[in-house]
Design a protein around this ligand. Structure first.
Ligand code: GLN
Length: 191
């Protein structure tokens, strides 16, 4: 069976995610309406600008439908701004968030001089390090009880999983390393 992956396509690098999932053997749908969430097996929230993604998701009537499918157990991946969108809070001013991942994020957390950097990162469950590209990336400032931390940088969580939701501070979709995409496809296969 071909897995159908919906990539939220309001803003950000949704095309790179779609390409990664297609390389991994999935069929992809660019999601801009609530109806396009129907029939998908995986949901992806891309990197970009989390305030813009949140505002557009609200304006396009996607917030509640996204909350419903994620709460229903749909395997979901959020990267960078996508992680921020999925989270329950930030350390900064209030912004529109889906609130389906029990973490508080600090936006642009790595500071100005290292706004963007790359690192080889050990991620729990992967047998070789991930080359991680951080672009004005958040880190996680606090995690709720059901959240597993799968990788950290300088003691700050940067990859987490809470049941059906996986989130990364960096951009696996930009490096041609499709292991996160394959992980989500495997999660869809286990449902
Ligand atoms: N700095 C962005 C934000 O706070 C995230 C950057 C990214 O997705 N690369 O939304």
């Amino acid at each position: 069976m071909t897995v159908r992956v919906g990539v939220l396509a309001l803003q950000g690098d949704f095309r790179e995610h779609a390409a990664s999932f297609e390389r991994a053997g999935a069929e992809t749908v660019l999601v801009r309406t609530a109806g396009q969430l129907e029939g998908i097996d995986v949901l992806v929230i891309p990197g970009g600008e989390s305030t813009t993604i949140g505002k557009l998701a609200d304006r396009f009537g996607l917030l509640e439908p996204i909350r419903t499918v994620v709460a229903g157990g749909l395997p979901t991946l959020g990267t960078c701004a996508g992680m921020i969108f999925l989270a329950t809070g930030t350390t900064g001013p209030e912004q529109v968030q889906a609130g389906v991942l029990d973490v508080v994020v600090e936006r642009n957390a790595f500071g100005r001089q290292v706004d963007s950097f790359e690192a080889d990162l050990d991620v729990d469950g992967f047998d070789a390090p991930v080359h991680a590209v951080f672009i004005r990336a958040p880190w996680i400032a606090g995690v709720g009880p059901g959240v597993e931390v799968l990788a950290e940088v300088e003691g700050h969580p940067v990859v987490v999983r809470q049941g059906n939701v996986v989130a990364t501070s960096f951009h696996p979709e930009l490096t041609g390393d499709d292991r996160f995409s394959r992980l989500l496809l495997a999660m869809a296969g286990e449902r």
